[in-house]
Design a protein around this ligand. Structure first.
Ligand SMILES: [Zn+2]
Length: 461
């Protein structure tokens, strides 16, 4: 039992906070690094990460096959020589080595000397995809998340409601750790509307003077509607001071009178980038990540300013690596330069859709998210939509389902207007079906999932 280390013994906190300063001191330290310092930290950490990633069978196998190794990194550009991988490669790894795959940097047998957590993504269809996090990875990830939450307006010591689902998914737990361990926030762990009814969530927010309610932007707007039904004003009775919610920025701003900042992250790596008050893209936490943008189909690097898939390498972990993970989310790297806020950290454009959701409709590349943006701007259509791709004979078709708050007698008119707008913007005919508000919830997962499902590819049925 001599190697039995408790979590607080497994992390050198001085080393951790020197390497990754937590908020608020982050904003007066690493956030303002000059370009040379940023580049030097990245290269140093990338080389160290490559050495530990090479010890993991999944990466060793792929790198050996490509003829590259951890000693081949002389500059950040050399990262492009390393093979990227996608979620399909992760799925195959799990199939061959259930249930953990061979891409983890630690095994559960090491839990006594290396305390760890496991969280999962996916799982509604197919196998869950687990990620093992060491104690260092949990704390480092929580610091990154705390930075993002603080930059979105949460102050140390605030009372905050966490209305995300505490589940096998990392999200709610990671936010909880960020708030409690790095911002000293007092967290009300309400969970989703299934756990704590919507009206109860509002009562708690008012009684405990919560400064933020962490959940999807959609659910927060639903909370605002419910508050109004209860005779409360979302702006003055709720007294929120931060909106760390992803959703319709304009509507969130109008409803609560607070700024909304874009942010980007996903569960294996936690928070990657966050918009600053100067706007115009999200600053990447470059002391923890190298973000590349690659062509969706070929994987080739794309020049700054061109949209492609996000290929991410984390340079802060000690356990399961994400080293050139092509996450297939679409974004753009903006040209380098100093931001009006003073930071030199590279900026990326907000999430622009899923690269693997693309449907080729009569020769035109179409992303479901883009259709959603078009139809939700049509008169009589709410912000809710769902896109389905089908095959009719040997021809691909797409249908957009939208919700309307107009009387059902007007649905046909709304559908015609939405279809006309789609035809004007996209150039091909796309069907529109109009349904009542709430009728899409079972398709989108509203109220139960972290990221709403907006697309179903039913072409193979
Ligand atoms: Zn900035």
């Amino acid at each position: 039992m001599s190697d039995f280390r408790r979590p607080h013994e497994a992390v050198d906190y001085r080393a951790l906070t020197t390497r990754l300063p937590p908020p608020p001191e982050y904003l007066s330290s690493a956030y303002l690094d000059d370009p040379e310092t940023i580049a030097a930290k990245q290269l140093d950490r990338l080389r160290a990460r490559a050495r530990t990633a090479y010890e993991v069978p999944f990466f060793r196998r792929r790198w050996d096959a490509a003829g590259v190794g951890p000693d081949d990194i002389d500059s950040i550009e050399d990262l492009h020589r390393f093979p990227a991988y996608t979620v399909d490669d992760i799925r195959q790894s799990i199939e061959a080595h259930p249930p953990y795959g061979d891409y983890q940097g630690v095994t559960v047998d090491q839990a006594l000397e290396q305390p760890m957590r496991v969280y999962m993504s996916g799982g509604t269809t197919g196998a869950s995809r687990p990620t093992l996090y060491t104690a260092w990875d949990r704390e480092a990830g929580a610091i990154l998340m705390a930075r993002a939450l603080h930059m979105q307006g949460i102050q140390p010591g605030d009372v905050v409601i966490n209305a995300w689902a505490y589940s096998t998914h990392n999200g709610a737990h990671a936010m909880d750790e960020a708030l409690y361990r790095w911002l000293n926030c007092v967290v009300l762990t309400t969970g989703t509307g299934n756990v704590t009814p919507t009206r109860k969530q509002i009562e708690l927010a008012v009684q405990y003077r919560a400064k933020a309610i962490l959940t999807t932007g959609d659910y927060l707007l639903h909370l605002a509607d419910t508050a109004r039904e209860m005779g409360l004003d979302p702006k003055t009775d709720l007294q929120l001071t931060a909106l760390p919610n992803i959703g319709d920025k304009q509507r969130l701003h109008d409803t609560f009178g607070l700024p909304v900042y874009d942010s980007y992250g996903f569960h294996e790596v936690q928070w990657v980038a966050i918009e600053c008050p100067a706007g115009g893209g999200m600053h990447i936490f470059e002391d923890a990540f190298v973000v590349q943008i690659v062509d969706v189909e070929t994987g080739e690097p794309l020049p700054d300013g061109e949209q492609g898939a996000i290929c991410i390498t984390e340079i802060y972990k000690t356990g399961s690596p994400q080293f050139r993970y092509n996450i297939m989310d679409l974004s753009t790297l903006l040209p380098a330069g100093q931001c009006a806020c003073g930071s030199w950290l590279r900026k990326m454009a907000p999430f622009a859709g899923r690269g693997d959701n693309m449907v080729k409709l009569r020769g035109v590349n179409i992303w479901p998210e883009a259709l959603g943006e078009i139809v939700t701007g049509v008169d009589g259509v709410t912000d809710d939509y769902f896109v389905r791709a089908t095959r009719e004979g040997n021809r691909d078709e797409m249908t957009v389902l939208v919700a309307s708050d107009r009387p059902p007698a007007e649905f046909e008119t709304v559908a015609a207007a939405a279809a006309e707008r789609l035809h004007q913007v996209v150039g091909v005919r796309i069907g529109v079906e109009v349904v009542a508000p709430g009728a899409l919830d079972s398709l989108t997962g509203f109220g139960t999932v972290a990221k709403l499902v907006r697309f179903e590819d039913a072409r193979d049925r």
